[in-house]
Design a protein. Structure first.
Length: 154
């Protein structure tokens, strides 16, 4: 899956897709620790990571729910980051994954979530709006225009 992404020269989102999967047990232990802020890289916040896997055990994508925002996430990263492998895009997976994640957000007491994306990422914009996202603002980061959306969780 990762090699498929690298061929596109896209940034891997969420960052957890860059983690070493050679020792799956250790990977799961690390991911479970991240929920409690254990073992996170410096500057990262507690987060929950879910993978979207089909019936053939093929990883289709991943989503990261950040339990809180630091200064950078409040500006650019938001509460949620997700990605779908290039060969599986435009099939509704991102929208379904985001919808399920918003339900999870309720369990960790988030009442609204910030999601950001590049202004050029039409697929992600549609996914966010389809899930209740309201455009809040546009800004620049590293020469790229990005948009900030809020989703109220009811």
């Amino acid at each position: 899956m990762i090699s498929e992404w690298k061929k596109t020269d896209e940034v891997l989102i969420p960052w957890s897709l860059n983690l070493d999967t050679a020792d799956f047990g250790l990977l799961v232990k690390s991911l479970n620790g991240y929920k409690d802020g254990i073992g996170l890289p410096n500057g990262f916040v507690p987060c929950t990571i879910f993978w979207l896997i089909n019936n053939e055990s093929k990883v289709l994508g991943a989503i990261e729910i950040r339990h809180q925002l630091n200064d950078y996430l409040a500006f650019r990263g938001g509460h949620i980051g997700y990605g779908i492998r290039p060969s599986e895009r435009n099939k509704g997976y991102a929208s379904a994954m985001l919808s399920m994640s918003l339900e999870y957000c309720k369990t960790i007491k988030l009442t609204n979530v910030l999601i950001t994306c590049s202004k050029n990422n039409i697929g992600s914009i549609k996914t966010i709006i389809r899930n209740g996202g309201i455009l809040d603002s546009e800004d620049m980061d590293s020469g790229e225009v990005f948009q900030r959306y809020w989703i109220d969780i009811k």
